[in-house]
Design a protein around this ligand. Structure first.
Ligand code: GDP
Ligand code: GDP
Length: 468
């Protein structure tokens, strides 16, 4: 699970400047998804060998209508609820303000790891650096004089932030090692040979399937979770985690153990006074991080395509399997044609996740609720599917015969071998003569062929490599 690091502070202290500076280390995206990539307020970055997600909470809580104090409080609340560490940015040229003190009070009580950045200290001159001293009064510990604009002091501040994050779990360490080995093997290998893609077979049947239930507030997430738990007539065993882990619910479906992640958050939510809509993006980001499958709920009576598309985009970008659930269908119609029209519109609006199945449910009456679980389990299996190499190369041959690769630059694009180099999501490496010159249209063609051949309704990643 990638730790989340939040940046909070008053407007104009330099949060986005700091965010943009840190985002320079971002992990390359596979594909830009319109509407999701634009105007982003979070990035996955690699900081000294560890992947973290940084969030500019100012971007999530713009609150034009709210008072300044309320905006900053909401940001802090978001950070405290969802994040593992907090960077509290202040403007050292302006000095300590009462809004800063108010937030500091709240952060102190939360017990979350916080570092204070005294920003806009653009030179290392002693008099300037001394301005940072005032912020010690907030009682949040060490204060780092930084210049977000010029990068001064940011390194040592980040070192402290990284030190405050929860340590890597043994599974995370093992997964890292495995990924490094797979990468090495793939680089050394011919692509087509055995070995590279044969990661140690885990007990697939034993592995619990982790499902994140995501969606805007009030779409019916907790009603659905309760319906699922009731349907299976199991008492939800709440698996108590550390303070870092939310509480999950477990159930068994067709002999597979299924864990609904962060359902405690869903239940708990009711008691939190003000839940701003934007918060659901961060909560979703976080629970998707820990799951194989995301179940995205939408409200049939109130489609909010932008918000829903954003969540679907995160699932695609994070490479998670996705089930799209149109809930509260009982309030719409029993007419099959109406459903088909709705489905067509939705497919169009969410083109970038065209592979994701769509179900129409009523969490209230229980209609089609079990179908959600059935699909989640099905997709979880596809998510970890391993395609046999000989079959992949037959497919490659078939593609070259039927739909030859286009001419690229100085000559025809030649595809030599294809091998699966990873799962979750299925990732295929193709050895070819011009790895950089494969047109997007041809990539889509290959992806669709893979989907069709192996019945994969999950995200697929393609890598193109030169023959060693
Ligand atoms: P936000 O509202 O907290 O996200 O603040 P911004 O990142 O938009 O920055 C507000 C203003 O402060 C902009 O004009 C920035 O150029 C300026 N700023 C940000 N960081 C620094 C810095 O380190 N030094 C100086 N001198 N100005 C800065
Ligand atoms: P959450 O915020 O996403 O967890 O949403 P809730 O599960 O709390 O549901 C919000 C409201 O929608 C509640 O009043 C539910 O009773 C209602 N609701 C949830 N699912 C359905 C449904 O399928 N049909 C109808 N008619 N109402 C629903």
């Amino acid at each position: 699970m990638k730790p989340l690091v939040a940046i909070v502070g008053r407007p104009n202290v330099g949060k986005s400047t700091l965010f943009n500076r840190l985002a320079r280390r971002r992990i390359a995206l596979v594909e830009d998804i319109p509407g999701v990539t634009r105007d982003r307020h979070y990035w996955d970055v690699d900081y000294d060998g560890r992947d973290i997600t940084i969030i500019d909470t100012g971007g999530f809580v713009p609150g034009e209508k709210d008072s300044l104090l309320q905006q900053v409080r909401e940001q802090a609340q978001l950070a405290v609820e969802e994040c593992d560490a907090i960077i509290f940015v202040t403007d050292a040229r302006v000095g300590l303000t009462s809004a800063d003190q108010d937030v500091a009070h709240y952060l102190r009580q939360s017990g979350k790891p916080v570092v204070v950045a005294a920003n806009k200290l653009d030179s290392e001159s002693g008099t300037l650096q001394a301005l940072a001293g005032e912020f010690f009064k907030m009682g949040l510990g060490e204060v780092f004089p930084i210049s977000a604009e010029h990068g001064l002091g940011v390194g040592s501040m980040m070192e402290t932030v990284m030190g405050k994050l929860p340590p890597l779990s043994p599974e995370e360490l093992a997964a890292r090692e495995q990924a490094a080995r797979a990468e090495e093997a793939a680089e050394a290998g011919e692509g087509g040979e055995e070995g590279a893609e044969e990661a140690p077979a885990e007990d697939e049947e034993e592995r619990p399937i982790r499902v994140a239930i995501i969606g805007r507030p009030n779409v019916g997430k907790s009603t659905l979770v309760n319906a699922l738990l009731k349907e299976k007539r199991v008492v939800a065993s709440e698996v108590p985690g550390t303070t870092r882990d939310p509480i999950d619910s477990e159930l068994t479906y067709k002999d597979r153990k299924v864990i609904l992640t962060d359902t405690a958050g869903i239940r708990r939510k009711k008691t939190i006074a003000h839940r701003v809509e934007k918060f659901s993006v961060v909560a979703a980001l976080k629970s998707m991080e820990r799951s194989d499958v995301a179940v995205l709920l939408m409200d049939a009576t109130e489609p909010a395509v932008d918000q829903d598309a954003k969540l679907a985009g995160i699932a695609e970008e994070k490479g998670r399997a996705l089930v799209i659930v149109v809930n509260k269908w009982d309030l719409i119609s029993t007419d099959k044609r109406k459903q088909e029209l709705f489905r067509e519109d939705l497919k169009h609006a969410l083109k970038f996740v065209h592979y994701a199945p769509i179900v129409f449910t009523s969490a209230l009456t229980g209609s089609k609720v079990e179908k959600v679980l059935e699909l989640a389990v099905e997709l979880a299996v596809q998510f970890r599917y391993r395609a046999p190499t000989p079959q992949l190369n037959r497919l490659l041959e078939h593609m070259s015969d039927n739909h030859p690769a286009p001419i690229v630059g100085r000559g025809p694009l030649r595809l030599y071998y294809m091998a699966q180099v990873g799962t979750a999501p299925p990732t295929f490496a193709i050895t070819c003569n011009r790895p950089d010159g494969v047109p997007d249209m041809y990539k889509r063609y290959i992806t669709n062929q893979l989907r069709g051949t192996f019945d994969l309704r999950v995200p697929i990643r393609l890598l193109f490599r030169e023959r060693p």
